[in-house]
Ligand binder design. Structure first.
Ligand code: SAH
Length: 466
């Protein structure tokens, strides 16, 4: 992970005084998560560049944390390479004096605006280039942001969600450093440490002076505090010197409005309600959610103590990341944390981790598999894991004509490999039940249209007594 800071102020080598790092030497600082090094690829009267290089130990990061579910993403992740909250911690440790705006030999330079540039070669940004521009431009920077390709050798793969960022402007060094300190981890959107109340203090200490006037302050505070609602409200209230209750009331109003618009339409909610109800009726205590995606079902099950143990499996690491966030793994009380696990895996292979559950669910998953892989899925689940009950939902393609915006013959989701009529689903599920010693029942989800049936169809399999 790299950050370079350059100036063309005269003499440019004053940068060494401001950063309290002599340009002729390389500097090394040990941090809890790795090593920070500072060196100067260029240092002359006209231009001086300091590079902060951060070597993060990705294995050291997770070692001894004891919450490993065997997810590869814990070890193989982007953290060593992208600017994130690690960089902020390093900035403060390595350039703390400059960030505070004090300088022994060059106080007048520290207090002046000087031509400065910052370059961050890799920054993860899900919000896109616009977000980066909208966050830095109001602070007086010229922003040059470029989206990086997924793999430069294969342009057809398209772009990644990483960007390269160059900022330039006439600013005080302390301001540049505090802007980076606050905005980089907020753009990245992930924090390597627990976000708690003291985070607000840090944010206000570093951002108080400029954040309250920033047009994007809500978005910045929201992402900085990882959308932890009570913290965000408290921070905005303090930042704007406003009444916290007032802000809370406004937020509640917004949420209610959104609910009112979505509720009657939300098939997803109806589906989750129906599945949770079915699991309750089945008396399930241990549930595995196959293809758990972003953890929507798990989040609901977690609220009900009937469900003592939950496991979510998905092939997509990114979805599992989202799920861990949605479920707030980082601030879950230990008792709760023991009830739930996420694991990376493919459903088309035998997997011992999915054995021993009362019920296995696959909610809107089978249509994401290539039809020729369904027998492998059937074998892994009904042949090997053999849970007492299985709940499977999938779209009912007959209902598609009732979606006004869905062109005829199209699937509801671009990733769907097929969508079945009721007859097609029943024929598959009856076959599965017969081949594996299960009985199967069907239930509609959503309004059961007299002509085309319900939008979603559900099959509930029960293992026959041996
Ligand atoms: N059950 C979730 C997600 C549905 S989207 C919900 O209802 O919200 C389908 C999910 O199945 C995706 O997250 C996808 O990554 C996962 N998936 C598809 N094929 C898979 C396979 N062969 N093995 C594991 N997961 C798979």
């Amino acid at each position: 992970m790299l950050l370079s800071l350059s100036t063309t102020a005269h003499p440019a080598t004053d940068l060494g005084y401001l950063l309290v790092k002599h340009p002729d030497r390389a500097h090394e600082v040990e941090l809890p998560f790795g090593t920070a090094r500072v060196f100067y690829p260029q240092a002359d009267e006209n231009r001086c560049t300091a590079v902060l290089m951060l070597d993060i130990d990705p294995v050291g990061l997770v070692r001894g944390r004891g919450d490993g579910e065997g997810s590869l993403s814990q070890y193989v992740n982007d953290r060593p390479y992208v600017a994130s909250s690690f960089l902020s911690v390093a900035l403060k440790r390595v350039f703390g004096t400059a960030m505070a705006g004090t300088s022994k030999g060059r106080q007048e330079v520290a207090d002046s605006t000087i031509p400065l540039e910052a370059e961050i070669p890799v920054l993860r940004c899900r919000g896109g280039e616009e977000l980066v521009r909208n966050w830095f431009e109001p602070l007086g920077y010229t922003v040059d942001v470029e989206r990086l390709p997924l793999d430069a050798r294969f342009p057809e793969w398209g772009d990644s969600y990483y960007v390269r960022l160059r900022l330039s402007g006439n600013v005080r060094l302390r301001d540049l450093l505090t802007h980076l300190y606050v905005l980089l981890p907020a753009i990245d959107g992930d924090k390597h440490y627990y976000v708690g109340n003291d985070e607000i203090d840090k944010l206000l200490e570093k951002g108080g002076a400029w954040l309250s006037a920033h047009p994007q302050r809500e978005a910045i505070v929201g992402r900085y505090l990882r959308r932890h609602k009570p913290l965000v409200r408290a921070a905005l209230a303090r930042l704007l010197d406003d009444d916290e209750e007032e802000i809370e009331a406004q937020e509640a109003k917004k949420e209610a409005l959104e609910d009112a618009i979505e509720k009657p339409l939300s098939l997803n909610d109806q589906r989750m309600d129906a599945v949770v109800e079915t699991l309750r009726e089945l008396g399930a205590r241990r549930v595995v959610d196959l293809g758990c995606g972003e953890g929507r079902l798990l989040a609901r099950l977690l609220k009900d103590k009937q469900f003592e143990h939950l496991l979510g499996i998905d092939v997509s690491l990114r979805s599992l990341d989202y799920a861990a966030q949605r479920l707030h793994f980082d601030r879950m009380p230990p008792m709760q944390r023991e009830r739930i696990a996420l694991a990376h895996g493919a459903l088309t292979y035998r997997d011992r981790r999915i054995e021993g559950f009362d019920v296995a669910c696959a909610i809107e998953v089978i249509e994401h598999m290539d039809a020729p892989r369904l027998p492998a899925f059937e074998r892994a689940l009904f042949g090997f894991a053999k849970p007492p009950s299985v709940v499977i939902t999938t779209p009912n393609s007959e209902y598609n004509v009732r979606f006004p915006t869905l062109p005829a013959g199209k699937f509801r989701h671009p990733d769907h490999r097929f969508e079945w009529t009721r007859a097609e689903f029943h024929s598959w599920a009856n076959g599965v039940a017969e081949r594996n010693g299960y009985s199967v029942q069907y239930a509609p989800i959503g309004v059961d249209d007299p002509e085309v049936g319900p939008p979603t169809q559900m099959a509930i399999f029960t293992r026959d007594a041996a």
